[in-house]
Design a protein around this ligand. Sequence first.
Ligand SMILES: [Zn+2]
Length: 193
Amino acid sequence: MVIILSQLLKNLLPYNNKLQTRQLSEVEMIVIHCTELPDIPSARIYGEKIHYDSGTGNSGHYYVSKQGKVEQWVENNRIAHHVRGHNPNSIGIELDNLGRFPNWHKTNAQIMYDPYPQVQIDALIDLLNQLKKDIPSLKYITGHEDLDTRLIKSENNPEIYIRRKMDPGKMFPWEQVMKQIPLINTGSLSKKS
Ligand SMILES: [Zn+2]
């Protein structure tokens, strides 16, 4: 099934214009995330929250719903806050997925069990190919879990340390996606296959 990227809806965050700008030629990497929330409207509420003195918050550039609808929340030439230490040269793509919701940091919820529907993966692949066309400097792709490997104390068992970030997680079909996009995977999951 081919998803037409004209379905892409531009739905910029209210603080988009307050995010720092960059040259498109500085963009080298895609970071795949999942929202770990029930749906896109919940992710929007989270994304609109202000966390910084600049009047901005945390979000990806793109959001892909389980039905394969793609929304752009931040312009490509602006630096979004989506991954610690790698924001200036990357684009963040968030996939609608429950992840560990709602017990993100409890020991008994450390499984990424929610499957990614094929229509969502197809839309993601189309988006990735379009971005590579629009931004020739794009070379790499990886998962948030590969860039942020910090451990934190579990909320319910403080003697146990758990992963702060696990997205997009083991349900994400890296092998299938990598066959259909012209990017190099620098993440650990790709190295196993
Ligand atoms: Zn993430």
